[in-house]
Design a protein around this ligand. Structure first.
Ligand code: SF4
Ligand code: SF4
Length: 269
């Protein structure tokens, strides 16, 4: 994220230099897309777990309460991200505009408000704040789940597709499983069901966070490298995934931290 775009475009690519008028934006975007694709092929939806700092806010909120106040959640909400993705893709295609960013992104409430110079701008900001308060604060507090990720985020749905191509996944070793379903309760994205546990699988929405691995009393939930025996060398699989995921986090987060520090220094010096 830092080295390739800097070499190609003489600038840090994320987020400023992908905007129009940033010079060699095409080369910068190609470098960014290349990094994203390489890492996505390796970790798939692990992107959401190890990289998405917005998801970190939900995770923090979910950790505040000792127990979930809202336990019964209709599992059909799981299809929410796919519905949002489809609707936004069609609308964006029809209008040739970034409809999700303009109208529905909850994280605009903590990253970039639109200019509220008229009623339209105020309505947009109102929607961002309501979605953020509901999906990122209130519902994670009540359910102890990552509700924006599990029920709404279209990018997360898109990343789920790459769980099919990624090298790693999380499996249930059926020979060890009791089944106590502690893993199902702990999963922040509702990616385990009674049926999937019985089949030894996680659902496509799994973001490879490892919460199920941590809580399993039988060591039945395991990290897995595709093409190998389930539970053959779970510790090796875990370490290999984490090196890739943290490498990606450093590349991605590093540019943001560097830009943040540069901004702070610019303000004070
Ligand atoms: S926590 Fe472990 S033993 Fe319990 S259902 Fe999940 S995989 Fe099976
Ligand atoms: S808890 Fe397990 S099944 Fe749920 S997202 Fe994390 S790794 Fe996937």
């Amino acid at each position: 994220m830092l080295i390739l775009p800097a070499a190609l475009t003489k600038t840090v690519v994320f987020p400023g230099s992908i905007l129009p008028g940033a010079g060699m934006a095409g080369a910068g975007m190609a470098a960014m897309a290349g990094l994203w694709l390489a890492m996505t092929i390796v970790v798939g939806k692990g992107w959401c777990s190890y990289l998405c700092f917005f998801g970190g806010i939900e995770e923090g909120m979910a950790a505040v309460m000792p127990r979930a106040k809202l336990k019964k959640i209709d599992v059909r909400w799981r299809y929410g991200p796919w519905a949002v993705l489809l609707a936004m893709a069609l609308l964006s295609l029809a209008l040739f505009d970034s409809v999700y960013c303009m109208w529905l992104c909850p994280f605009k409430a903590v990253s970039e408000y639109v200019a509220a110079r008229n009623t339209l701008g105020m309505v947009q900001n109102g929607i961002f704040v309501v979605l953020f308060a509901g999906l990122v604060i209130a519902l994670p507090l009540l359910t102890k789940k990552r509700t924006q990720c599990a029920f709404f985020c279209p990018f997360g749905a898109f990343q789920s597709i790459f769980n099919k191509t990624s090298v790693f996944d999380v499996k249930i070793d059926r020979t060890r499983c009791s089944p106590c379903v502690l893993c199902k309760t702990a999963c922040p994205t509702m990616s385990l069901t009674d049926e999937s546990i019985a089949q030894g699988e996680t659902l496509m929405s799994c973001m490879k966070c490892g919460a199920c691995v941590d809580v399993c009393p039988k060591d039945a939930a395991v990290w897995h490298i595709k093409g190998t025996e389930v539970a053959s060398k779970p510790e090796r699989a875990r370490l290999l995934l984490l090196y890739a995921a943290w490498g990606m986090a450093i590349m991605f987060g590093g540019s943001i931290i560097a830009q943040g520090l540069a901004t702070i220094l610019h303000v004070f010096i």
